[in-house]
Design a protein around this ligand. Structure first.
Ligand SMILES: [Zn+2]
Length: 339
């Protein structure tokens, strides 16, 4: 390829990169109570040819380590010399939480409820503001990677605004088993990024603190397909995939009694209304309750914890609207973005 029209260098934090190069840098956040500096690590692949700028982020919730691995695999597969556009990888957004194995920040705030933040706000608000100004505002597209929380595991899925044409196109291209239309939540990265003009997908898969190989594989291939769809990575995934299931409504089935729950369903299972999902026994084996599906659909999440209190969320069921066409029909869109 001719380098006649060489792209400008890319600058972020302490990093300056020529076109066709990859490099790592840091975005300073704050100091720890020890006085040591905390900074967010970033790696940038600045393609030789023009194209979109895309961010990949993970560990916005500090215990969600799977996305870090998805980003590592993705970066290993891209050569900046053949890349069109620029990829900004931020594998650990919530560094404080990551160090502590904690979903939240030290002040117990949820970073994904603190966007867009402000330079003088709480620590979470400052990190959100830094992420918005240094990352989101220079990107066209973003993929934020999450897992289940609180001992829950999730079927690999995309949560996005499926009513937006560009977002929907990328969600379909990602090729996760399921796409869930999720309304924007105040304070989320997705809401702030959308308001800033970026197109954003949220990937959910697996559980906190763990590498679930299926979720890692779906996530890595999905990111590659999105980059390919954007014309950035011509060597990316082009394999034919089944069209994702689509849901616009999901909810959790909760324990009716406290006890020890044995689960009868797995991620991705189709369930019918009234079907048994789990049986709850007491400690000496007396059956207390059978947890039944309150709607027909597909299991997109469940608790991994056998000890349940009355009211605990056990199984997450998504109603399926398979056709990729219009019509949320009679169901209200009440999906909760609990990522
Ligand atoms: Zn999360």
């Amino acid at each position: 390829m001719s380098a006649a029209k060489r792209r400008d260098p890319f600058r972020i934090g302490d990093l300056e990169l020529a076109a066709g190069r990859a490099g790592s840098g840091e975005l300073p956040v704050a100091r720890l109570v020890t006085g040591n500096r905390v900074s967010i690590p970033v790696r940038v692949l600045h393609g030789r040819a023009d194209g979109p700028t895309v961010w990949l982020s993970a560990a916005v919730h500090g215990d969600e380590v799977a996305g870090v691995e998805i980003i590592r695999r993705t970066l290993a597969s891209i050569d900046p010399r053949s890349l069109h556009g620029t990829v900004i990888a931020v594998p650990i957004v919530n560094v404080h939480g990551f160090l502590n194995g904690d979903r939240y920040l030290p002040d117990r705030r949820d970073l994904n409820r603190s966007f867009p933040g402000s330079p003088n706000g709480s620590l979470a608000g400052r990190i959100a503001n830094l992420f918005m100004t240094e990352i989101v505002e220079r990107c066209d597209v973003g993929v934020d990677l999450h897992t289940g929380s609180d001992h829950r595991t999730n079927l690999p899925q995309i949560r996005a605004d499926l009513d937006d044409r560009a977002t929907r196109e990328l969600a379909v291209a990602f090729g996760a088993p399921l796409m869930l239309h999720a309304k924007l939540r105040d304070g989320s990265m997705r809401a702030a990024a959308t308001a800033a003009g970026a197109t954003m997908l949220l990937f959910e898969g697996g559980e906190a603190w763990r590498f679930d190989e299926h979720a890692l594989s779906v996530g890595t291939r999905g990111v590659a397909r999105v980059l390919h769809q954007l014309g950035m990575n011509n060597g990316g995934e082009t394999d034919v995939i089944d069209p994702p299931l689509e849901s616009r409504s999901s909810s959790w089935v909760r324990a009716r009694r406290s006890g020890i729950s044995s689960l009868h369903v797995a991620l991705g299972d189709a369930v019918t209304k009234g079907g048994a999902l789990s049986t709850i026994h007491d400690s000496v084996g007396k059956r207390l309750s059978v947890t039944r599906a309150h709607r027909s659909g597909v299991v997109i999440g469940h608790t991994q914890h056998p000890l349940v209190n009355q009211g605990d969320a056990i199984v997450h069921i998504a109603e399926i609207h398979r056709a990729a066409t219009e019509t949320p029909d009679d169901t209200q869109s009440n999906s909760k973005d609990t990522s």
